[in-house]
Design a protein around this ligand. Structure first.
Ligand code: UD1
Length: 364
């Protein structure tokens, strides 16, 4: 069996790494399963891409499509054309995509148009918010996926509600958590830890990059002001995505306890999260990691495609009303944050379940 594994953007890398590890194990057990790793180039900065390859021990990509930048449509189109050219030279049996980024949808469309079966890892999750590019990417990808590997029972229900046949859906858990469990021992103090005099449980971590939160300078400034005002002077560390850094540079806002830093590597970032008092974020992946690490998490969005981080986990939705930031911080400082539990099958064995299932689907 030949599989193309697609990785293009930062949140893909931790989902792909444990799958590669599992394929290598299957190969050493004599299974005839082979892969090509295709990097689309959607994320290309060292700290958005190659640092993750190094730390997660992902081998160098077999092919790099170098299709970063541009508008969403330009990016998707570029990736589709370049991936199709790759498929002209060799057609695998399967194309495996993860998550919901532009690379996910672009490669699944190119594969499907070339009669290659599509496997979607993290299929079926839905925010039901069509203004998010990620939601459209999920829906389009799922509409042409042949085999779905899901992170929650809710995702299975969403797919069944779309008329997908039950035998195509496999609830296996979360490969992002496989990576977290596998690498927990390697988390390291970021270089700025001492310089900024950070102490365990005594600072906040903020990550924001969604267009709805960061594209308007005024909106972003209001969010930061609300966090700073309610933080009781505790330090706030904000590793900002390149798009957010661009905005912040244009905006004139400073606060003594707000520390804006460059995007961080995987080991440093998760050390920072694991030792924080709480996280404020608009990232879906971070809500999963905080749920696993049992760190209070406030999500600056009106909806989530990962409801288990709320029903089981430590996450709450703040919506877009800034007053809710105040209420959430009060709850936290009063020691009233809910206790979380780890969602079903988030046990570090998801990638094994995926590869075992694929070997049953295609035993050759
Ligand atoms: C993408 C994903 C989002 C994910 C996020 C995590 C989509 C639709 N969105 O958003 O779901 O949560 O990644 O990081 O795929 N840029 C750089 N350096 C890089 C990469 C990007 O400067 O290494 C710049 C781009 O040129 C662009 C901007 O950042 O101006 C946005 O990048 P893009 O890949 O379009 O989407 P993200 O916002 O990163």
């Amino acid at each position: 069996m030949h599989i193309d594994l697609i990785a293009g953007a930062r949140p893909n890398f931790m989902k792909i790494a444990p799958i590669i590890k599992q394929i290598n194990k299957a190969q050493s057990n004599g299974d005839k399963i082979y892969y090509r790793l295709i990097h689309t180039g959607q994320h290309y900065d060292k700290n958005m891409s190659s640092d993750f390859f190094d730390q997660l021990k992902i081998p160098s990509p077999d092919i790099n499509l170098k299709a970063g930048g541009g508008t969403q449509a330009e990016q998707i189109a570029k990736i589709m054309i370049r991936y199709e050219n790759v498929l002209k030279k060799f057609k695998p049996n399967f194309c495996l995509v993860v998550g919901d980024v532009n690379s996910t949808v672009a490669c699944s469309i190119a594969a499907k148009s070339n009669n290659i079966k599509v496997i979607h890892v993290e299929g079926g999750i839905r925010s039901f918010d069509r203004s998010m590019p990620e939601e459209n990417n999920r829906i389009i990808t799922d509409s042409i996926t042949d085999y779905f590997f899901t992170t929650s029972r809710t995702a299975n229900e969403n797919l069944l509600n779309c008329g997908i046949a039950e035998q195509k859906i496999f609830f296996v858990g979360n490969t992002m958590i496989d990576s977290l469990i596998d690498n927990k021992k390697n988390f390291t103090k970021p270089l700025f830890w001492n310089e900024k005099k950070l102490k365990k449980g005594d600072y906040f971590v903020v990550t924001l990059h969604r267009p709805s939160n960061v594209d308007s300078e005024r909106g972003l400034k209001k969010i930061l002001e609300a966090i700073v005002t309610n933080s009781k002077g505790l330090k706030i560390v904000f590793p900002a995505h390149p798009r957010t850094i661009k905005k912040i540079k244009l905006m004139k806002y400073n606060a003594k306890n707000l520390h804006i830093v460059d995007p961080m590597n995987y080991f440093d970032f998760n050390y920072l999260v694991q030792n924080s008092k709480a996280v404020v974020t608009d990232s879906g992946g971070v809500t999963e990691e905080t749920t696993y690490l049992n760190i209070p998490c406030m999500t600056l969005r009106e909806n989530t495609e990962r409801p288990e981080t709320i029903t089981n986990g430590t996450n709450i939705l703040l919506g877009l009303d800034l007053l809710s930031i105040k209420k959430a911080f009060t709850k936290l400082f009063n020691g009233e944050w809910k206790k979380g539990s780890i969602p079903e099958l988030w046990d570090g064995k998801t990638s094994k379940r995926i590869i075992d299932t694929l070997l049953k689907i295609d035993p050759n």
